[in-house]
Ligand binder design. Structure first.
Ligand code: COA
Length: 199
């Protein structure tokens, strides 16, 4: 019979995490949260990221609700690439629901389109109390490491900052170096780390 150890998710600065580690707990995985406050420098950095993708041949812009189908197809193709931990997971959205949320202003989406119109990268965001959070970001496997995730995240900040949004949040798995670096490149600062501890 296989038994699964329960995993406790605690902030890295929680004294209970230190106590558990001292008594032999193992860090099974980690996650992190990051915040960005819009400043003139941040806007310049976002503009540079978007410009670099445009110069490399992609069109970077907001997605219309009827483009939700292309976004979901892109995401479905990368679903197996999202690192899964007890605190981070991803479900491919339903195209109809995502399109309706975009139309209602409950979600925003920004994408990078290749010259032939193929959607190669996208990010989806939603409003929370005092900020805008990133729901997910995805780049087609064949188009990775060309700055597209950074560009679509940058486009989102530029567009939403123009409507008065100045605080952004995101997070992810400790294993997801690409996601963390794309955020940090734009000015997101990691504000918290979470340890997933197994006794
Ligand atoms: C995470 C993801 C969106 C990054 O997309 P991308 O378009 O390749 O990212 P970028 O090209 O903008 O690269 C961003 C940074 O990450 C770095 N990076 C990209 N892939 C990397 C990898 N596999 N390992 C280490 N660093 C990586 C880049 O060098 C860049 O850092 P730099 O600015 O310091 O050079 C893409 O890997 C992906 O779709 N993964 C599956 C879905 C996922 O995990 N989404 C994020 C969680 S919501």
């Amino acid at each position: 019979m296989t038994t699964t150890q329960p995993v406790r998710v605690l902030r890295s600065d929680d004294p209970e995490a230190a106590r558990l580690l001292d008594s032999g707990a193992r860090v099974r995985s980690e996650s992190w949260g990051a915040r960005l406050t819009v400043t003139p420098d941040v806007l310049d950095t976002c503009r540079a990221a978007v410009d670099a993708a445009r110069e490399a041949g992609w069109t970077v812009r907001a997605l219309a609700p009827e483009e939700a189908t292309a976004l979901v197809a892109l995401d479905a193709g990368a679903a197996g690439d999202y690192p899964v931990t007890v605190a981070t997971s991803h479900d491919v959205p339903d195209a109809g629901e995502l399109g309706a949320a975009l139309a209602a202003g409950e979600r925003w989406a920004f994408g990078a389109f290749a010259a032939d119109g193929r959607l190669d990268a996208a990010t989806v965001l939603y409003p929370v109390a005092d900020r805008v959070d990133i729901d997910f970001t995805v780049t087609r496997a064949a188009a990775r490491r060309r700055g597209l995730a950074t560009a679509v995240k940058g486009a989102a900040v530029l567009d939403l900052a123009a409507t008065g949004r100045t605080r952004f949040g995101t997070g992810g798995s400790g294993d997801n170096v690409a996601s963390r670096r794309a955020n940090e490149a734009l000015g997101y600062v990691v504000t918290e780390r979470w340890l997933h501890l197994e006794a």
